[in-house]
Design a protein. Sequence first.
Lengths: 387, 306
Amino acid sequence: MKKQLLWLALLGALTLPAQAADKIKIGFISTLSGPGGVLGAAIRDGFNLALEHTGGKVGGLPVELIVEDDQQKPDVAKQLADKMTKRDKVDFVTGVVFQNIMQAIEQPVFQAQTYLISTNTGPSDLAGERCNPLFFAAAWVSDSYSEATGKNMNDKGYKNVFVIAPNYPGGKDVVNGFKRFYKGGYAGEVYTKLGQLDYAVELSQLRAAKPDAVFFFLPGGMGVNFIKQYHQAGLNKEFPLFGTGWSFDQDTLAAVGEPTLGALNAAHWNLDIDNPQNKKFVADFEKKYNRLPNEFASQGYDALMLIDAAVRDVKGKVEDKEALRKALEAANFKSVRGPFKFNKNHFPIQNYYLRQVVKDDKGRFVNKTVATIFTDHPDAYVSACKM
Amino acid sequence: MSGLLFAEQCLNGLQFGLMLFLLAAGLTLVFGIMDLINLAHGSLYMLGAYLAATLTQATDSFLSGVALALCATALIGMLLELTVLRHLYRRDHLSQVLATFALILIANEATRAIWGVQPLSFNVPAALSGSVQLLPGLSYSAFRLAIIAVGLLVAALLYLLIGRTRIGMLVRAGASNRAMATAMGTNIQRLFTALFGVGAALCALAGAMLGPLLAVQVGMGENILILAFVVVVIGGIGSVRGAFVGALLVGVVDTFGRAFVPLTLRQFLPPALADAAGPSLAAISIYILMILVLLWKPQGLFPSRA
């Protein structure tokens, strides 16, 4: 009799309906070392600040955050994604910085039916033909910044632009975005070697070509080198310099300083965006980390707030994947960047601003928003998405 | 292509080449005389740049900062030689590669721990921040001219040191035949330590001169190390003259490759093909140069081995 009761109890326990999870597991795979580590660190810092603001919870449930470093190596990232989805059984994977890392972890994360929230890279194929219901780009699509800069330079009436970018698919993508909105002529279009340090040759060519403006995309250390050498060659006095927001993020401005002054760039977020959540984000970030946040940090912050809103909307029942997807799509949170909603391909429809590097009253180099380039701007690939 | 642009690109090539010479000179002597493949050479360059940046800010003077950085890096180099590298001379090249590669990783992490992940702020000194009018219509950056001047000065000093002094004679003897030089009574150990110190100082000078132009950040040594090895292979192992000629060749070929190859290709090929092939060819031009030189002279241009 006792044995039968025991078996009954066991069977009963097994057939109980799935309870709502008692905590939310978030897998954070980011680049935290190497030259790209600066970006991952900023995203993580923004994410952690948001977690502090929500009291360590999302949707009212406690969070178990698993942070791992992909070292900017796709094979390491894939192993981490496997571990997080198979062993740790995370509910969300987020934190990724680079496109090649995203491409490596897509497959294990999608196979595990886990939601992948990008805090940075927004590959155009995931916006278009390969769009996936499990993927949400909380930041932007890869060529949005250059589209915005291109539009601004076109509207300003430039006719003879010198373009410089590195010779790799990402660089070509960014220039294609630029060309989508800039309709003028070119004084030169130069592709440099990835990782090139010295731009003396290209700067000499630039000076000889006499453009009316310069557009460059050189991520990371390459951009720092280029900006310093551009300034040092006296070219910042001759030709206005335009770039993407990535080359003039707050951490870079703090490190490079004077040579960045006056440069124009486009981004989806800035320190001075006027809404209560952004003001709180900037103030608390500076208090906690002793530096001003950049757009990467804001992307990390928004990603956590998105997850928080979605989990709240499904009342903690994250096992209900359908309901969770609808909640994520609804994006019922107040983004620090201002107006934010997802397009049908899970990429943002948002504003893009023109920023200029100035010195603030504390003598720090910061971006000042000088114009709105795009309002409620979708990406260019949504029509190719069959979702 | 105007004559003035051509002249400007020549200066660019010269400047790039002379900086590579500073790195390659130390590397080739260490490789040639001590038979040590030292991958950590790039880390000494990085250390030199970091120290120069920090000390320039601390002393508020570019000259003092650079001079102190040179001494400090030379001392660190000699310390490294005495403690770690001394044990590697007798070992095979693969062990040396593994050990010095570990040194690169340690140096990178230590630098990150001390100075953080952000690139260090290091700007051109105000006195050299303008341009100099060389010819009507040709202005060149004063700082880059200073780099050329420093490079040529060091080349001249090394020539005198190696060719006209007793120590230089010992260095050449050691490069030519180490066993015989030892048998002839040279205190090889002390020579090696001093040599390593000089090599480290040259790296630091290159780092300090290039620091204001390039990003002073962790890992900056690796890219330039590869170029330095290409120069050493082209110039001939153990020969400073070879390093000089090799460095100038690499500097000029790389510069001209980037300046003229895409343009030239556009004349002959359809635009899409030229735009795709041009930058890639420009990027590999120095490796093509290395292959051609090795086909012609497998030991490099000025091999020092007897």
